[in-house]
Design a protein around this ligand. Structure first.
Ligand SMILES: [Zn+2]
Length: 282
């Protein structure tokens, strides 16, 4: 009897496994590759002509079936990906998003004007932020991000993604970039191909600032630059020179602050670029 029940249990298990296999075979081609973690980016490939949505937001799918999405610093533990294949079949996937612990960075004794901008510049800051936000709404058709990402400059990492900042005891926006300390004048190169959607010499907070559009809502920003050597609308290849490291805007020393966004979601550049190379190779 026991043996019979055991076999029945096995048979039932096998049947369930087969059903699951069958259900998977019913769906179309869908492959996801990347970091399923807060600040992570995921590359997807599906059938050309498929419609893909993440948490209800329609994603751009290129003619070869490539798409991309990312998870914000404080993304919830689960995201839902839904796909409608060209033949009408659909697939829903629950994606588990790993939570991260972030550093807390306390900086005290700063001059008050570095923590709270004077009233006279508030309108300027607002206008600059609006311009930056606009570049991050762009959903460019060319998937430059398929190149992969390399470090835009080489140096000691002096600030990491996600740190909570408490300035003079007041909690401020987390640090969304990766800071690379390097001497002023060190070349900054495109980590992936893209189109320049912002090229400014002197923004209030970030000084010399470039934003590169890598396609499908993915952008890189380069802050505090000494020289901005590209112009609005220019297309650049991976490795192309963009300008040089500086300490412009509200900065305490020469470094490159490199940020990546997927639309408004902040992505951790370090997850994409991998280990820092030993020294500048070009
Ligand atoms: Zn920074």
């Amino acid at each position: 009897m026991t043996r019979f029940r055991f076999s029945l249990f096995l048979a039932l298990g096998l049947a369930m496994a087969l059903t699951a296999q069958f259900a998977a075979a019913q769906g179309g081609f869908l492959r996801l590759k990347g970091d399923f973690v807060q600040g992570g980016l995921v590359l997807g490939r599906t059938e050309p002509g498929a419609e893909v949505a993440l948490d209800g937001r329609t994603l751009r799918v290129d003619p070869k079936g490539n798409f991309v999405f990312g998870f914000h610093r404080d993304a919830p533990a689960e995201a839902r990906l839904s796909v409608r294949f060209p033949d009408g079949r659909t697939e829903e996937r629950a994606l588990a998003v790993e939570a991260r612990d972030y550093d807390v960075q306390r900086i005290d004794g700063l001059p008050p004007r570095m923590v709270t901008p004077p009233d006279a510049v508030l309108a300027r800051i607002k206008a600059e932020n609006a311009k930056i936000a606009e570049t991050r709404r762009n959903d460019g058709a060319t998937p430059y991000f398929l190149d992969g990402f390399v470090w835009p400059t080489v140096g000691r990492i002096s600030g990491i993604y996600g740190s909570q900042r408490i300035l003079n005891g007041q909690p401020r926006q987390p640090h969304y970039g990766i800071d690379i300390a390097a001497p002023a004048g060190t070349p900054v190169r495109a980590p992936a191909g893209g189109v320049v959607t912002l090229a400014e010499d002197d923004l209030y907070y970030t000084g010399g600032t470039i934003i590169l559009d890598h396609g499908h809502g993915l952008t890189s920003a380069f802050l505090h630059m000494k020289d901005v050597e590209v112009t609005l609308g220019q297309a650049v290849a991976q490795g192309a020179r963009l300008g040089t490291v500086g300490s412009t805007g509200r900065s305490t020393g020469p470094h490159l602050d490199w940020r990546i966004n997927w639309f408004q979601a902040r992505i951790d550049p370090q997850l994409l670029a991998g280990p820092m190379p030993k020294k500048e190779t070009n």
